[in-house]
Design a protein. Structure first.
Length: 135
């Protein structure tokens, strides 16, 4: 078994993402490793306005900085990164074999799940490392 060198915590703006960050930070502290929170901006493909895109980027940056404070409170280093693209693809590309991804379960149902897919399921299936799903 390979040692875990970093915890990756993909987030969205849900309350469950905040809980996932808390659990990821706790586990990072126990393991003595750093964590990285990533947020994937998939709106760029739908937005024609540079102004709206910049507004989204600023809001996402503030959101990530607030989540980063969870690590500060626990005494661990958490880095953040905002990435553009398809969420499941970008999370899988970002991860390495010696990472651990901690992701909130997708709550999509019915048509949304059929049409948009299930993010956590896609990540579990395609990630090059272990994935812990929080519900």
């Amino acid at each position: 078994m390979q040692n875990i060198k970093r915890i990756i915590i993909p987030v969205d703006d849900s309350e469950l993402s905040k809980e996932t960050v808390k659990r990821g930070a706790f586990l990072a502290k126990l393991l003595g490793i750093n964590a990285k929170i990533i947020s994937i901006n998939d709106t760029h493909q739908f937005m024609a306005s540079v102004v709206l895109e910049e507004k989204f980027r600023k809001e996402a940056t503030v959101f990530l900085e607030n989540l980063k404070k969870i690590g500060d409170e626990m005494g661990i280093k958490i880095e953040t990164e905002l990435i553009s693209g398809n969420p499941s693809e970008e999370i899988v590309k970002f991860a390495k074999e010696d990472d651990l991804i901690i992701i909130a379960i997708s709550k999509k149902k019915g048509f949304d799940k059929f049409f948009l897919g299930n993010l956590s399921e896609e990540v579990v299936r395609n990630a090059p490392c272990s994935v812990l799903v929080v519900k």
